[in-house]
Write a protein that binds this ligand. Structure first.
Ligand code: GLU
Length: 615
């Protein structure tokens, strides 16, 4: 017999099957990962190889993009526990090829009813310091939305070849067998070890017996979350929002050893994912569809694109003038984001005006090649310390359906609190509210010169069929001469997000599926990609690699290669920009349709460790 061959099936099974499983589960993920891939029929791009492969298998087995996205999200919960999961929320875009319709779903976390505007103030009305105080423990935890969101999209659009509970299986398998900690996870475990150590349940899972964090390549087991997923398989979603898991969440939040929170069983029982209208913009020959409020992502992205449309970016390129207008457009749109955007069930948002071309034309007139518009002028500015976190996945299936899904637990490892016995991390999404809830009234010209009364928060809770049944608190600004900011904390409200899951079409045909993590840097990340591809005509992999430049209203942030360009930096500073270096901005996951080759090009951001896989 030739050495190494297996004579009979029994021996084959005894050796080869376990070897194959070992290969599948224990090989470092970056060994198989391919950050870009092309395909004729379908494509999956996620931030982690395990999740990409789980989703791809569902597609191979004739599941659709929605089925695949659900399986991938649960796997991401296990292999990227720092970024997203059942303890968090997200925004889901779906394109249904058969009807050519786009649906958007809001699974954003919701503030418990007892939350009040000053919740993140202390002493003399000073915001609680962001890190680690505000972000850690029970107080910043919002009612999680990811499970309700995925159940909703499965019911509406899943093929039903896979039951909702069956789609948890790939994640359960990895959680129970363990997987080798990736470089990125090891980095974040080390970075957050002190916060994780504050909570016994978090220590028990993410730190070793001696208190040190798991290192790259070491095997991380997560039996408790496997148990949670099995409970959901047996009892359905109710066990999470109304049953024993709801009770465990409430206990964890209210009895948190640091920063106890205000969540009650009713808050969980009332949670609903909400179908929202997508926001739409026209950019040159393209149609851009993205997530509307409570995410600020879509509206801000489209306002920026509307401004940029008034410039010939393809001719300006990355010259100082080109870079200057690219940054100024972002800065101007961010001012409006901070002033007008919040939860649409609480705040009247002039969306049509913000998305309109005449409004963008007025903004364009403010841009001058010699001098940057000063930052810190009147208007509500918010300096949000949002870290590079969260996760995005993009999927196209063989029928042409598409999913663009961004999900989060906000900070890296969210509140750092694992629900004892249930193994999942709770979000700290309420820190996306403005900690300083009020602002002085300003007479800054509003869209259409109408200066709307921004205090007229029309409580429109019952206007959307599935919106939260919770009652508004009726909280008012107590300080005279001030208004409550649209993104002030309030009971039952959803904090403003920046997540920007997006689709781009040309003549009704899909061109792009994309999104990224990165807090409020998400918007600029998606923008950089759109401009690189559609204005500069770069190949998808180059567009993804190119150093990013963003402006969130305070200063210019440049990735390193651009920052090292002394001439550009000098030129920007001469015009009044403050310039900062950023090592990496975003971790985008994108699918581009190449019309010349007639193929899908999947590209996972080289700044991360994801994988693109297609067929
Ligand atoms: N919580 C952020 C948002 O909803 C995302 C967090 C991040 O990407 O770091 O905008």
């Amino acid at each position: 017999m030739v050495p190494g061959t297996f004579r009979d099936e029994k021996r084959f099974e005894r050796y080869l099957v376990p070897l194959a499983l070992l290969f599948f589960f224990f090989l470092p993920s970056n060994l198989f990962s391919s950050q870009s891939s092309t395909a004729k029929s379908c494509m999956v791009v996620t931030a982690n190889s395990h999740a990409t492969r789980a989703a791809f298998e569902i597609l191979q087995d004739r599941g659709n993009a929605v089925d695949a996205a659900i399986a991938a999200q649960w796997v991401l919960n296990i292999v990227e526990p720092q970024s997203s999961g059942i303890g968090g929320g997200g925004f889901f875009l779906y394109y249904e090829a058969a009807t050519k319709r786009i649906y958007t779903f809001d699974g954003r976390e919701t503030a418990p009813q007892e939350v009040y505007p000053e919740i993140f103030l202390e002493g003399q009305d000073q915001p609680v310091p962001f890190k680690p105080n505000r972000i850690t423990g029970g107080r910043p935890v919002g009612v999680p939305g990811t499970l309700a969101l995925l159940q909703e999209v499965h019911e509406r659009f899943g093929t039903k070849r896979f039951s909702f509970s069956g789609l948890l299986n790939p994640a359960i398998e990895i959680a129970e067998r363990g997987f080798p900690v990736s470089k990125r996870l090891a980095y974040f475990l080390n970075q957050e070890k002190e916060r994780l150590a504050l909570f016994e349940a978090s220590r028990g899972i993410f730190l070793k017996k001696d208190g040190s964090p798991y290192r790259e390549g070491e095997i991380l087991l997560q039996k408790d979350i496997a148990k949670t997923f099995r409970l959901i398989q047996q009892q359905g979603m109710r066990v999470f929002y109304e049953g024993e898991i709801a009770e465990a969440i409430v206990q964890a939040v209210r009895n948190s050893p640091v920063n106890p929170g205000l969540m009650k069983r009713e808050d969980l029982a009332h949670y609903h994912a909400v179908e929202r209208m997508p926001v739409h913009g026209r950019y040159r020959n393209y149609d851009v569809f993205s997530m509307g409020p409570p995410s600020s992502g879509g509206v801000t992205l489209i306002e920026i694109l509307n401004i940029l449309e008034n410039f010939q970016l393809d001719l300006l390129g990355r010259t100082p003038n080109g870079v200057h207008v690219f940054l100024e457009a972002q800065k101007l749109a961010f001012e409006d984001r901070n002033e007008f955007l919040g939860d649409p069930d609480f705040v009247e948002i002039p969306i049509a005006e913000l998305l309109s071309k005449p409004f963008a034309e007025k903004k364009t007139q403010e841009i001058n090649y010699q001098t940057a518009v000063p930052t810190g002028r009147e208007g509500i500015r918010t300096l949000m310390l949002e870290p590079a976190n969260t996760t995005h996945l993009s999927i196209v299936d063989g029928w042409g359906n598409m999913v663009s899904f961004t999900s989060t637990i906000e900070e890296i490892f969210g509140s750092a609190m694992v629900v004892p016995g249930y193994g999942f991390v709770l979000n700290n999404e309420l820190t996306d509210f403005d900690a300083e809830p009020t602002a002085r009234r300003t007479d800054r010209t509003a869209p259409q010169d109408q200066a709307p009364d921004r205090r007229s928060f029309k409580r429109r809770h019952r206007m959307t069929k599935r919106s939260s049944a919770a009652e508004p608190t009726g909280a008012e600004s107590k300080k005279s001469g001030t208004i409550l900011k649209p993104n002030a904390p309030e009971g039952g409200k959803r904090p403003r997000s920046s997540m920007t899951p997006t689709f781009v079409f040309n003549g009704g045909k899909p061109v792009l599926v994309l999104g990224s993590p990165g807090g409020s840097a998400i918007i600029g990340t998606v923008l950089n990609l759109i401009v690189n591809l559609l204005d500069f005509g770069m190949p998808a992999t180059e567009a993804m690699k190119l150093d990013r430049m963003i402006h969130r209203g305070e200063e210019v942030e440049l990735e390193s290669a651009l920052f090292r360009n002394q001439e550009l930096k000098r030129e920007l500073m001469r015009r009044g920009h403050r310039v900062m270096e950023k090592e990496a901005i975003g971790n985008a996951q994108m699918i581009y349709f190449d019309p010349e080759e007639n193929i899908w090009v999947g590209v996972s951001d080289p700044r991360g460790e994801g994988e693109a896989l297609g067929r």
